[in-house]
Design a binder for this molecule. Structure first.
Ligand SMILES: [Zn+2]
Length: 256
Protein backbone atom coordinates (compact mmCIF):
# COMPACT_ATOMS: atom_id res chain seq x y z
CA UNK A 1 0.00 0.00 0.00
CA UNK A 2 0.95 3.59 -0.47
CA UNK A 3 0.00 6.32 1.97
CA UNK A 4 -0.48 9.13 -0.54
CA UNK A 5 -0.89 11.91 2.03
CA UNK A 6 1.13 12.12 5.25
CA UNK A 7 2.62 14.96 7.29
CA UNK A 8 5.56 13.39 9.11
CA UNK A 9 6.87 16.87 9.89
CA UNK A 10 3.94 17.62 12.24
CA UNK A 11 3.76 16.67 15.93
CA UNK A 12 3.70 14.07 17.38
CA UNK A 13 5.33 12.26 14.42
CA UNK A 14 7.92 15.04 14.15
CA UNK A 15 9.40 13.91 17.47
CA UNK A 16 10.40 10.58 15.96
CA UNK A 17 12.83 9.64 13.25
CA UNK A 18 10.99 9.03 9.97
CA UNK A 19 12.87 5.72 9.97
CA UNK A 20 10.78 4.46 12.91
CA UNK A 21 7.52 5.61 11.33
CA UNK A 22 8.49 3.95 8.04
CA UNK A 23 9.35 0.70 9.85
CA UNK A 24 5.94 0.51 11.56
CA UNK A 25 4.23 1.31 8.25
CA UNK A 26 6.22 -1.39 6.48
CA UNK A 27 4.97 -3.97 9.01
CA UNK A 28 1.45 -3.13 7.86
CA UNK A 29 2.33 -3.49 4.20
CA UNK A 30 3.04 0.15 3.32
CA UNK A 31 5.73 0.47 0.65
CA UNK A 32 5.79 4.24 0.05
CA UNK A 33 4.72 7.44 1.77
CA UNK A 34 4.00 10.70 0.00
CA UNK A 35 4.95 13.34 2.55
CA UNK A 36 2.98 16.50 1.96
CA UNK A 37 4.03 20.07 2.75
CA UNK A 38 1.77 22.88 3.91
CA UNK A 39 4.29 25.75 3.78
CA UNK A 40 7.76 26.50 2.50
CA UNK A 41 9.71 25.24 5.53
CA UNK A 42 7.68 22.01 5.43
CA UNK A 43 8.48 21.73 1.75
CA UNK A 44 12.19 22.02 2.44
CA UNK A 45 11.96 19.38 5.18
CA UNK A 46 9.83 17.08 3.08
CA UNK A 47 12.39 17.13 0.30
CA UNK A 48 15.15 16.36 2.82
CA UNK A 49 13.15 13.34 4.03
CA UNK A 50 12.75 12.17 0.45
CA UNK A 51 16.49 12.48 -0.18
CA UNK A 52 17.32 10.50 2.95
CA UNK A 53 14.63 7.83 2.80
CA UNK A 54 13.89 6.19 -0.56
CA UNK A 55 10.44 5.09 0.66
CA UNK A 56 9.38 8.72 1.06
CA UNK A 57 8.55 11.02 -1.85
CA UNK A 58 7.81 14.68 -1.28
CA UNK A 59 4.93 16.88 -2.24
CA UNK A 60 5.88 20.54 -2.01
CA UNK A 61 3.46 23.44 -1.95
CA UNK A 62 1.69 26.07 0.10
CA UNK A 63 -1.64 25.21 1.78
CA UNK A 64 -4.54 27.67 1.43
CA UNK A 65 -4.35 28.39 5.16
CA UNK A 66 -0.78 29.63 4.65
CA UNK A 67 -1.53 31.28 1.32
CA UNK A 68 -0.74 34.79 2.56
CA UNK A 69 2.93 33.80 2.97
CA UNK A 70 3.63 32.97 -0.67
CA UNK A 71 3.73 36.43 -2.20
CA UNK A 72 5.24 38.05 0.90
CA UNK A 73 8.78 37.37 -0.26
CA UNK A 74 10.10 36.75 -3.75
CA UNK A 75 12.65 34.33 -2.25
CA UNK A 76 9.79 32.03 -1.22
CA UNK A 77 8.50 31.95 -4.78
CA UNK A 78 11.95 31.18 -6.08
CA UNK A 79 12.54 28.48 -3.50
CA UNK A 80 9.23 26.75 -4.21
CA UNK A 81 10.09 26.81 -7.89
CA UNK A 82 13.47 25.24 -7.14
CA UNK A 83 12.03 22.57 -4.79
CA UNK A 84 9.28 21.52 -7.20
CA UNK A 85 11.87 21.06 -9.92
CA UNK A 86 13.82 18.49 -7.87
CA UNK A 87 13.41 14.81 -8.81
CA UNK A 88 12.42 13.92 -5.20
CA UNK A 89 9.36 16.18 -5.52
CA UNK A 90 6.68 13.82 -6.79
CA UNK A 91 3.88 16.39 -6.71
CA UNK A 92 2.72 19.89 -5.93
CA UNK A 93 0.82 19.87 -2.65
CA UNK A 94 -1.02 20.52 -0.77
CA UNK A 95 -2.65 23.38 -2.59
CA UNK A 96 -6.23 24.49 -3.04
CA UNK A 97 -8.94 26.55 -1.43
CA UNK A 98 -10.27 26.53 2.11
CA UNK A 99 -13.24 28.77 2.85
CA UNK A 100 -13.89 27.32 6.30
CA UNK A 101 -12.77 29.73 9.04
CA UNK A 102 -9.69 30.68 7.02
CA UNK A 103 -8.44 34.22 7.73
CA UNK A 104 -6.81 34.36 4.28
CA UNK A 105 -9.16 36.10 1.82
CA UNK A 106 -10.55 33.94 -1.00
CA UNK A 107 -9.07 36.32 -3.59
CA UNK A 108 -5.56 35.77 -2.16
CA UNK A 109 -6.12 32.01 -1.91
CA UNK A 110 -7.15 31.89 -5.56
CA UNK A 111 -4.10 33.86 -6.73
CA UNK A 112 -1.79 31.57 -4.79
CA UNK A 113 -3.58 28.42 -6.00
CA UNK A 114 -3.38 29.56 -9.62
CA UNK A 115 0.27 30.60 -9.41
CA UNK A 116 1.15 27.17 -8.03
CA UNK A 117 -0.94 25.40 -10.68
CA UNK A 118 1.02 27.19 -13.40
CA UNK A 119 4.25 26.11 -11.71
CA UNK A 120 3.10 22.47 -11.60
CA UNK A 121 2.12 22.58 -15.27
CA UNK A 122 5.52 24.00 -16.25
CA UNK A 123 7.23 21.24 -14.25
CA UNK A 124 4.87 18.48 -15.38
CA UNK A 125 4.02 17.52 -11.77
CA UNK A 126 0.67 16.24 -10.49
CA UNK A 127 -1.43 18.20 -7.98
CA UNK A 128 -2.63 17.22 -4.51
CA UNK A 129 -5.66 19.41 -3.88
CA UNK A 130 -7.22 20.48 -0.59
CA UNK A 131 -10.83 21.64 -0.89
CA UNK A 132 -12.87 22.79 2.06
CA UNK A 133 -16.21 24.45 1.40
CA UNK A 134 -14.90 25.64 -1.97
CA UNK A 135 -16.39 23.05 -4.37
CA UNK A 136 -17.32 25.46 -7.16
CA UNK A 137 -14.14 27.54 -7.24
CA UNK A 138 -11.87 24.48 -7.00
CA UNK A 139 -13.72 22.85 -9.88
CA UNK A 140 -13.74 25.95 -12.09
CA UNK A 141 -10.04 26.70 -11.57
CA UNK A 142 -8.85 23.14 -12.22
CA UNK A 143 -11.04 22.97 -15.31
CA UNK A 144 -9.80 26.32 -16.61
CA UNK A 145 -6.14 25.28 -16.36
CA UNK A 146 -6.83 21.84 -17.86
CA UNK A 147 -4.63 20.26 -15.19
CA UNK A 148 -4.00 16.73 -16.43
CA UNK A 149 -3.11 14.95 -13.16
CA UNK A 150 -5.09 15.88 -10.04
CA UNK A 151 -6.06 14.11 -6.82
CA UNK A 152 -8.60 15.62 -4.43
CA UNK A 153 -7.52 14.52 -0.99
CA UNK A 154 -9.51 13.75 2.17
CA UNK A 155 -12.39 13.15 -0.16
CA UNK A 156 -16.05 12.94 0.71
CA UNK A 157 -18.13 15.20 -1.55
CA UNK A 158 -21.60 14.59 -2.99
CA UNK A 159 -22.24 12.15 -5.83
CA UNK A 160 -23.14 15.04 -8.13
CA UNK A 161 -19.81 16.79 -7.51
CA UNK A 162 -17.90 13.52 -7.65
CA UNK A 163 -19.31 12.85 -11.10
CA UNK A 164 -18.01 16.23 -12.31
CA UNK A 165 -14.55 15.56 -10.84
CA UNK A 166 -14.39 12.12 -12.44
CA UNK A 167 -15.50 13.59 -15.77
CA UNK A 168 -12.39 15.78 -15.73
CA UNK A 169 -10.31 12.59 -15.41
CA UNK A 170 -9.30 13.26 -11.82
CA UNK A 171 -8.62 11.00 -8.84
CA UNK A 172 -9.77 11.18 -5.25
CA UNK A 173 -8.11 9.85 -2.11
CA UNK A 174 -9.87 8.61 1.01
CA UNK A 175 -8.57 9.00 4.53
CA UNK A 176 -9.49 7.77 8.03
CA UNK A 177 -12.70 9.79 8.14
CA UNK A 178 -14.28 7.34 5.67
CA UNK A 179 -14.43 4.92 8.63
CA UNK A 180 -16.43 7.35 10.81
CA UNK A 181 -19.99 6.02 11.22
CA UNK A 182 -21.54 9.47 10.69
CA UNK A 183 -19.68 10.16 7.45
CA UNK A 184 -22.43 8.79 5.20
CA UNK A 185 -21.61 11.15 2.32
CA UNK A 186 -17.96 10.08 2.30
CA UNK A 187 -18.93 6.42 2.36
CA UNK A 188 -21.37 6.95 -0.49
CA UNK A 189 -18.62 8.64 -2.49
CA UNK A 190 -16.27 5.70 -1.80
CA UNK A 191 -18.91 3.27 -3.11
CA UNK A 192 -19.51 5.43 -6.17
CA UNK A 193 -15.92 6.14 -7.31
CA UNK A 194 -14.50 3.38 -9.55
CA UNK A 195 -11.74 1.48 -7.75
CA UNK A 196 -9.17 2.47 -10.37
CA UNK A 197 -9.82 6.17 -9.72
CA UNK A 198 -9.15 6.19 -6.00
CA UNK A 199 -6.13 6.23 -3.71
CA UNK A 200 -5.51 5.71 0.01
CA UNK A 201 -4.12 8.17 2.54
CA UNK A 202 -3.95 8.83 6.28
CA UNK A 203 -3.49 12.64 6.34
CA UNK A 204 -1.51 11.81 9.48
CA UNK A 205 -1.38 12.96 12.24
CA UNK A 206 -5.05 13.85 11.59
CA UNK A 207 -8.14 11.78 10.80
CA UNK A 208 -7.20 8.62 12.71
CA UNK A 209 -9.48 5.81 11.51
CA UNK A 210 -11.74 3.71 13.73
CA UNK A 211 -10.71 2.20 16.21
CA UNK A 212 -8.01 4.83 16.77
CA UNK A 213 -10.25 7.91 16.73
CA UNK A 214 -8.93 10.74 18.87
CA UNK A 215 -5.34 9.49 18.63
CA UNK A 216 -2.68 10.75 16.24
CA UNK A 217 -2.73 8.72 13.07
CA UNK A 218 0.31 7.44 11.19
CA UNK A 219 1.01 5.76 7.83
CA UNK A 220 0.70 2.24 9.35
CA UNK A 221 -3.05 2.93 9.73
CA UNK A 222 -3.66 3.24 6.00
CA UNK A 223 -4.55 -0.47 5.94
CA UNK A 224 -7.69 0.36 7.96
CA UNK A 225 -8.75 2.77 5.22
CA UNK A 226 -8.16 0.05 2.61
CA UNK A 227 -10.27 -2.39 4.64
CA UNK A 228 -13.12 0.09 4.92
CA UNK A 229 -13.10 0.77 1.16
CA UNK A 230 -13.16 -2.99 0.56
CA UNK A 231 -16.11 -3.37 2.94
CA UNK A 232 -18.02 -0.50 1.29
CA UNK A 233 -17.41 -1.87 -2.20
CA UNK A 234 -17.93 -5.46 -1.08
CA UNK A 235 -14.68 -6.65 -2.64
CA UNK A 236 -11.54 -8.27 -1.15
CA UNK A 237 -9.11 -5.90 0.63
CA UNK A 238 -6.31 -7.41 -1.47
CA UNK A 239 -7.99 -6.08 -4.60
CA UNK A 240 -8.20 -2.59 -3.09
CA UNK A 241 -4.52 -2.75 -2.14
CA UNK A 242 -3.40 -3.96 -5.54
CA UNK A 243 -5.42 -1.51 -7.62
CA UNK A 244 -4.75 1.57 -5.48
CA UNK A 245 -1.06 0.67 -5.49
CA UNK A 246 -0.81 0.63 -9.22
CA UNK A 247 -2.85 3.86 -9.47
CA UNK A 248 -0.62 5.70 -6.99
CA UNK A 249 2.58 4.39 -8.60
CA UNK A 250 1.52 5.72 -11.97
CA UNK A 251 0.11 8.97 -10.60
CA UNK A 252 3.24 9.88 -8.61
CA UNK A 253 5.72 8.22 -10.98
CA UNK A 254 7.10 5.86 -8.31
CA UNK A 255 9.57 3.21 -9.25
CA UNK A 256 8.50 -0.38 -8.56
ZN1 LIG B 1 -3.03 17.24 4.57
Amino acid sequence: MIDTHAHLQLPPLAAESPQAVIARAKEQGVSHIINVATNISDARLSLDFAKKYPKIRAAVGVHPQAADTLFSDVQILKELEYLLGRPEAAALGEVGLDYYKNPVAPSVQKQVFEWQIRLALENDKPLIVHNREADTDVYEILKYYKCPRVVLHCYGRSIEYTRKILDLGYYVSFTGNVTFPKNKQGQEAARFVPLERLMLETDCPFMAPVPHRGQASEPAMVSLVAEKIAELKNIPAAEVEKTTDSTARKFFGLEA
